[in-house]
Design a protein around this ligand. Structure first.
Ligand code: PRX
Length: 661
């Protein structure tokens, strides 16, 4: 299809309606990192050796002996025998290549202050902080927790840990004190790097008090390093065992810390994420496979080049930030932009101001942000020159064709391909998406599996569904960045991901990501969302069990069921159906207490959109709560068949009550 067809009166609209595809712009293809479509065939025919291509993005202290060892499947091992250091690969080698003056991190605070770190600067501070961590007693394989907002000290701390072979566990700063304590306890982590506070919509937020509250519930003694982000805007004092970051770095200025050579399979970091049951899962990622894959996908999917300014607007507290703000971009030697604040402070054009100011080449964000931008109006992006952009990306949740179109037209000026990247904390990097220099784009569909990935959509029996039909997503071959296990819980690792569709007797292992999907004739996959009890709020994963435990901990609550309901901006929002205890009234007072408990137990992102009090929950004859019905009520959908319920009358009652509200 020609440019003219795309432009003009409603042309784009019409093409979207007929589910048309979009070719990547010629100007993009001409310069793209990957343009040869035979890569799909090549990876298939040459599997698993094809993954050497990813490993080649790294410098190895010792070459690996084997690409893949499957003896302990589903615990696969990649690049075995290989040795490397992640911090060396993200820093030293660029400096050794004469790129010490190239910018590694551009950072902008919410109030507008800026900091620029060249690769040389970053290496220096990473070494100083690595030396400080060692002095504080951090040894190889110790887990260092980080509970920090979007400040440069966060990637510096991550790389300092990587340098001395101490895996990190980053806890999202928006999570509660309780969430911090749970994660530190689960990991037996005796070291914490945190921050006094940060700015949100112009206000100085006190983060240290929340940290201290969490530390009070940590079972082991923990040495703590505190970054002073707020200066005079927030006076803070340090208690025993707490150290000032700047003081430590100054005391170790000029230190030289040899990067510790790690086995490819040694843990680089772990990251807790939500699942079906209450306890968060500690996903383990390794040094060789993960880093190789983050670099490879950064190159092939995000088209990152060393001379680019690349911006992923996620928070480093989530996997997206780990793979595509820190490790992938820095391994590729590019300039990665970090922004501390929200997109609407001080004005709703803040992101576009940043794109213009830093001449951002690649912009990667979440559909929830795009839906907010759409709502705010086109005047905000229109006020800025966005012509530096070459590629756009989305991650975290499905993007509907309308939001896709808006992004394509108003941000990309119809000149940038969009990569809609499906992946998970567990997958470490992109799995389903188009290669932007090769594939056509189909708004709403993430695309085919990447080269070397065997992604399928199957029915409950594990048979592939006919094109056009919906089913469950599976990944039938391992890949280098896959999680290796759940920290200290190998059993749960198998039962969560490998039970559903594998045949252990035949040693056939199929990874089940717990997402539903639809596949088209051309192999393009539209991801429909989670099929387990996980809610995706603004691209953030929340377990219903965790939410329900926080709610039933409230005095006056007898039982609770939490579901996700449609939400214009957040995609999904939390809806809580609550049965009050005898003697308690469901009303504003109880609702406030419930909301407070959820915010305190998990964090503000988990705040329920609505709390609906009911004397009963709809249950099947065997006593299982019918969540599907509660979801339909929350989303205002037509209600399906209720005849199999033990108490069908309650559904109408709840629905009527929600409508009234
Ligand atoms: O349901 C899928 C959804 O996000 C889940 C993974 O969440 P998390 O581990 O927090 O990682 C988010 C960032 C990678 C998936 O199981 N998801 C992620 N990306 C997409 C998506 N759903 C649809 N389209 C996507 N592009």
């Amino acid at each position: 299809m020609s440019e003219e067809d795309v432009r003009g009166d409603g042309g784009l609209e019409a093409r979207l309606e007929e589910e048309a595809t979009f070719e990547p712009p010629e100007s993009f293809v001409e310069q793209a990192n990957v343009t040869d479509e035979s890569i799909y065939e090549e990876f298939e025919e040459n599997w698993p050796e094809c993954w050497e291509r990813a490993a080649d993005f790294l410098e190895w202290d010792r070459a690996y002996d084997e690409v893949l060892v499957e003896d302990d499947a589903p615990t696969y091992q990649w690049f075995t025998g290989g040795k490397l250091n992640a911090s060396y690969n993200c820093l030293d080698r660029h400096v050794e290549d004469g790129r010490g003056d190239a910018v590694a991190i551009e950072w902008e605070g919410e109030l507008g202050e800026t900091r620029t770190y060249t690769y040389g600067d970053l290496l220096e501070e990473v070494e100083a902080f690595a030396a400080a961590l060692r002095d504080l007693g951090v040894e190889e394989d110790d887990i260092v927790t980080m509970y920090m907002p979007m400040v440069p000290e966060l990637p510096i701390a991550m790389l300092a840990c990587a340098r001395i072979g101490a895996p990190h566990s980053v806890v999202f700063a928006g999570f509660s004190a309780e969430a911090l304590a749970t994660r530190m306890n689960a990991a037996d982590s005796e070291h914490l790097v945190t921050c006094d506070g940060y700015y949100r919509r112009g206000d100085a937020l006190d983060h240290l008090s929340k940290t201290n509250e969490g530390l009070a519930d940590v079972e082991q003694d923990a040495t703590t390093v505190v970054v002073d982000r707020l200066g005079d805007d927030l006076e803070h004092s340090l208690t025993e065992g707490q150290h000032d970051y700047d003081g430590l770095v100054a005391a170790h200025e000029g230190a030289s810390v040899e990067p510790v050579s790690r086995d490819a399979e040694d843990m680089l970091f772990m990251m807790y994420t939500s699942g079906t049951t209450g306890q968060p899962k500690g996903v383990k990622h390794t040094t060789g496979g993960y880093l190789a894959y983050a670099a490879w996908t950064g190159h092939a999917v995000l088209d990152i080049k060393p001379e680019d300014t690349y911006w992923c607007s996620a928070d480093i507290g989530w996997i997206t930030g780990h793979s595509y703000i820190v490790y992938g971009p820095l391994a590729l030697g590019t300039t990665t932009l970090m922004y501390e604040g929200t997109p609407d402070y001080p004005e709703k054009d803040r992101f576009w101001e940043l794109v213009e100011e830093y001449e951002v080449d690649i912009f990667y964000t979440a559909p929830t942000a795009i839906r907010a931008f759409m709502k705010w109006g086109t005047e905000y992006p229109e006020a800025h020159d966005l012509s530096s952009l070459r590629l756009l990306g989305t991650v975290g949740e499905p993007i509907n064709p309308r939001a896709w179109k808006w992004y394509y037209e108003h941000i990309g000026g119809e000149a940038c391909p969009i990569v809609d990247t499906w992946w998970q904390t567990e997958t470490g990097g992109h799995i389903i998406t188009t290669l932007p220099g090769i594939c056509e784009m189909k708004p709403g569909a993430a695309g085919p599996g990447l080269p070397g990935l065997d992604v399928r959509v199957v029915d409950t029996a594990g048979e592939e569904v006919e094109p056009g039909n919906a089913g469950y997503l599976t990944i039938d071959k391992p890949w280098p960045a896959m999680l290796r296990t759940l920290y200290r819980n190998d059993e749960r690792f198998v039962s969560e991901y490998w039970q559903e569709y594998s045949d252990p007797d035949a040693d056939e292992w199929v990874y089940f990501p717990e997402d539903g999907a639809k596949i088209d004739e051309d192999g393009y996959i539209t991801v429909l969302g989670r099929v387990d009890d996980v809610i995706n709020v603004s691209g953030h994963r929340l377990g219903t069990m965790e939410l329900e435990s926080a709610i039933v901990a409230t005095a006056g609550v007898a039982e609770a069921a939490v579901v996700g309901g449609d939400h214009e901006i957040k995609g999904e929002a939390v809806y809580a159906y609550v049965i009050p205890e005898d003697g308690y009234e469901g009303g504003e007072e109880l609702e406030d207490k419930i909301v407070d408990n959820v915010v305190e137990g998990i964090g503000p992102i988990a705040k329920p959109e609505d709390v609906i009090f009911t004397p009963e929950l709809p249950k099947t004859r065997s006593g299982k709560i019918m969540r599907r019905l509660l979801e339909d009520i929350a989303s205002g959908n037509e209600l399906g068949n209720t005849s199999t319920l033990r108490n069908p009358e309650v559904v109408e009652e709840i629905a009527a009550q929600v409508q009234e509200e």
